[in-house]
Design a protein around this ligand. Structure first.
Ligand code: PLP
Length: 422
């Protein structure tokens, strides 16, 4: 059927087919097609690119705002990327066979239980797209990674947020701003389809242990999927959390997410993976784009897995520098929350945004967390020794002219609402 008329202005217009009969009333605009649950989603505010800050301020800047790996990719990963760059005229392996086989071997699961995604970000979204819809509910906590809430809402499902542990636990600093797994379990209803957890959590850096996780999972019905996002798990050296696949083997309803963006230093190549039941992964494979990850990303990820020395160096440097950054911040009068990740979260008081802006002017980019629901907090990624020194020096300089008592206040309760961070 040939369409003769296709008016761009849609109000009260219509199109005709060849015999002139009226096909359909077109009284809507393109915008009308966007469902209400998408219109209401918050706009993602990315961190300032370092080049822009440097150009604007004509200074050398350090970026401690997006929890990247300050030591860069492994040299082996870079060599692997260069070696396959010349094949970029070809589509990559859409089935990611080599990488899935290697990960399956490493994690003692079958290749059918490995899904390779365009970063773990894609997998967070796909889990909701596959399992949730209008009439169901997705559950997460206050004070966690914002894309969880976005994925739930974008599926048309209702978003439920359980309260997090807050300042009432100030006497046990390692539990501050942590997930309250019991509260999450209590919030499960017959409509709950997916629960999102990040361990360690972003933006607070807190983590739960194996026992707590097992206790929580025992309270979750088999028909509810638990997405366990372990983007920062390598940095949680004190928590003995590396064996979540053992728990996975006992549970049918766990999807474990890992990324190459953090300890492997490949954030710019966009590649991550999930371990989960083949039936769920098969459905996710139907929805993803056929060539979601590039050949360069796949080759780099394969090589990065072999560079154990680089991984160890990144973990150790992070632990040393995280301690130094914490101590430096404590000397300045702050009380950072005990972090198991590659960043530090702290409540600084009402001047959090102003302080971040002043640091920016001095070439230190940190993350004020107001837009994520923590108006009095900031998050600082752990950088190299040099970057952390620059951050602490800039912070000391900015604070020298300020009323420190206002900044030494005890942490305030988290604000209710949608919270989180990249
Ligand atoms: N999950 C958490 C908790 C994160 O903090 C981040 C990024 O900062 C991601 C997932 C996204 O990682 P990817 O780069 O693999 O998409």
């Amino acid at each position: 059927m040939r369409v003769r008329e296709w008016p761009l202005r849609a109000a009260a217009s219509w199109r005709r087919d060849d015999d002139g009969s009226k096909l359909e009333e077109m009284t809507r605009t393109i915008e009308d097609l966007i469902p209400d649950y998408l219109r209401g989603l918050p706009v993602y505010i990315p961190g300032k690119p370092i080049e822009e800050v440097e150009r604007e301020l004509k200074i050398h800047a350090v970026k401690l705002a997006s929890n990247e790996n300050p030591l860069g990719p492994s040299p082996m990963a870079m060599a692997a990327a260069r070696a396959v760059l010349g094949d970029s005229n070809r589509y990559p392996d859409g089935g990611t066979h080599l990488l899935r086989a290697k990960l399956a071997e490493r994690r003692a699961v079958s290749p059918e239980e490995i899904f390779i995604g365009l970063g773990s970000s894609e997998i967070i979204d796909l889990a909701a797209r596959v399992l949730l819809r209008t009439g169901l509910q997705g559950l997460t906590s206050e004070g966690t990674y914002a894309p969880f809430s976005v994925a739930i809402r974008a599926s048309g499902a209702e978003l439920a947020l359980a309260p997090a542990s807050g300042a009432e636990l100030a006497l046990a600093p390692q539990r501050e701003f942590a997930f309250d797994l019991q509260a999450i379990a209590k919030a499960i209803t017959p409509k709950t389809g997916v629960i999102y957890l990040a361990n360690p959590n972003n933006p607070t850096g807190s983590a739960f242990g194996r026992e707590e996780l097992e206790e929580f999972l025992a309270a979750v019905p088999d028909g509810v999927l638990v997405v366990l996002d372990e983007a920062y798990i390598h940095y949680a050296v004190s928590m003995e959390l590396r064996d979540s696949e053992e728990i996975y083997r006992k549970r049918k309803n766990l999807l474990i997410l890992r990324t190459f963006s953090k300890v492997y230093g490949l954030a710019g190549l966009r590649i991550g993976y999930a371990i989960g039941r083949p039936e769920l992964l098969a459905a996710m494979n139907k929805l993803r784009t056929p060539f979601n990850t590039s050949g360069v990303a796949q080759a780099s990820a394969l090589a990065a897995l072999d560079d154990k020395e680089h991984v160890t160096r990144c973990i150790e440097t992070n632990a040393t520098e995280r301690k130094r950054l914490n101590e430096g911040l404590a000397k300045l009068g702050f009380r950072p929350v005990a972090s198991e990740a590659n960043f530090v979260f702290m409540v600084v008081g009402p001047e959090a945004t102003a302080l971040s802006d002043e640091l920016l002017q001095m070439g230190v980019i940190v993350r004020p967390l107001g837009w994520m629901g923590f108006p009095e907090a900031m998050r600082i990624s752990v950088g190299t020794a040099e970057e952390n020194d620059k951050c602490l020096a800039a912070m000391a300089q900015v604070l020298s002219g300020k009323d420190r008592d206002a900044l030494k206040r005890a942490p305030t309760q988290m604000k209710k609402g949608e919270l989180a961070a990249r």
